[in-house]
Design a protein around this ligand. Structure first.
Ligand SMILES: Cc1cc2nc3c(=O)[nH]c(=O)nc-3n(C[C@H](O)[C@H](O)[C@H](O)COP(=O)(O)O)c2cc1C
Length: 193
């Protein structure tokens, strides 16, 4: 890799930042751009080649179904949730032009790769996706919350026994840039034997 390409990649990685869905607007990525983001995801290290991830797109005409899941999951874990809280939960499903659910495949697999290692792969796939979106000028974020573990979500996305919903991936055009977040010093997390 040439020096200027390495420098571009480093800048890309160090300038990515979370842009939450409420700040992501149209235009969203095209079908071809989304395909490239998933190609980047598929370039993640994957011990044993077990593909421990899958992604489910949530297009505009399915956002109401996702909203229903967010509302139902809230009511199930908090029967005292107010109508306003339920409506806020529903509203979250309609933000961001692009939404997909990231799912980790952690059940038995061949070859038998530790679930911990498979989660590392899922994280790497997600990061590659976010970096690809960032390289195209889009804002992006990952959002999770307790709904990820709910039965209603598992049912809507037809999760099988070994699968776990990790988070939503949101991509769109950011209304404005945030100030850069202070990153930890390398010395704070690297030592030598
Ligand atoms: C699996 C996963 C789920 C996340 N879910 C949320 C979320 O529900 N809400 C949120 O504000 N941020 C969520 N985040 C984003 C982190 O909060 C964010 O990365 C962190 O605040 C650092 O910001 P940065 O990405 O700009 O460095 C999630 C991150 C990961 C890895």
């Amino acid at each position: 890799m040439a020096n200027d390409e390495a420098s571009f990649a480093l800048t890309l990685m160090t300038t990515r930042q979370t842009i939450l869905p409420k700040r992501l607007f149209a235009p969203g990525p095209s079908v071809a751009q989304v395909n490239d983001m998933f190609r980047a995801a598929a370039a993640a290290p994957d011990h044993g080649g077990v593909m421990p991830w899958r992604f489910v797109l949530v297009p505009g005409d399915k956002r109401a179904a996702l909203a229903g899941v967010f509302a139902q999951a809230l009511i199930e874990r908090d029967a005292a949730a107010t109508p306003e809280q339920v409506s806020q939960a529903r509203e979250k499903a309609f933000r961001s032009p692009f939404v997909a659910l990231a799912i980790a495949r952690l059940g038995p697999c061949e070859p038998d790769v530790e679930p911990l290692e498979r989660m590392v792969s899922v994280g790497a796939a997600l990061q590659n996706f976010l970096l690809a979106a960032h390289s195209m000028g889009f804002g992006s974020s990952l959002t999770s919350g307790q709904a990820m573990r709910s039965k209603v979500l598992r049912s809507l996305f037809r999760l099988t026994e070994g699968e776990q919903a990790v988070c939503c991936i949101n991509v769109g055009t950011a209304d404005r840039r945030k100030p850069a977040r202070l990153r930890p010093d390398v010395a704070a997390f690297v030592s030598s034997l």
